[in-house]
Design a protein around this ligand. Sequence first.
Ligand code: URA
Length: 237
Amino acid sequence: MERLQKIIAESGFCSRRKAEEYIKLGKVFVNGEKVTELGTKASFGDYIVVDGKSLTKEEKVYFLLNKPRGYVSTVNDELGRKKITDLIETDKRVYPVGRLDYDTTGLIILTNDGELANILMHPSRGVEKTYIAKLNKIMLPKDQMILKSGINIDGIKCIPTRVKVRDIDYNKDTCIVEISIVEGRNHIIKNVFMKMGYLVDKLTRVEYGFLKLDNLKSGEYRELSIKEVKKLYEYKN
Ligand code: URA
């Protein structure tokens, strides 16, 4: 049993907020009974009608996108900027699992499977994410040691699972660092480096758990296989 507004949203009919409005307006019927209480629970097996249309559970879809720079990874943007959801050709209402900044590129999953999204975004699940960061100066070996031991951001220590300087440009005084983390706070990579006095000039996510960007070009996407989806569900345990 789930909250009715959650079931309506997960069916892909509309957002959870909109579903709450429909409930309050008396436009939702469960097994023929009008429901106006927001806390009411139901199941997908129930016959649910919203605004005169019956709900059928929507087929789940899963996409892996190589996000280009200059796109927001939210479903709505008050500034009217380009959204990554616009890049995906589907008739389903997909949304991103977690966020990448407007100027960050790389691997992001989009789906209409709320259950999987919740599993993957939960901080305790430990999905490792790997980023390639171009820094505005060469990282000192002592700072690499400090980073490996963890950096305190807003009272919570972010301890990378891996840090590796991949390349150094002595002429330009810049470097490329590969860094893996488990947590998913917004802007976490930039904040970690900023705390140590470095600016991230470019950031790309190249791995999400066992998923890799591979040969996907910027703006390209592919569907996840059933095997990959099953493997992602294993993060639940
Ligand atoms: N950390 C950041 O700073 N930005 C991102 O987009 C992702 C992780």
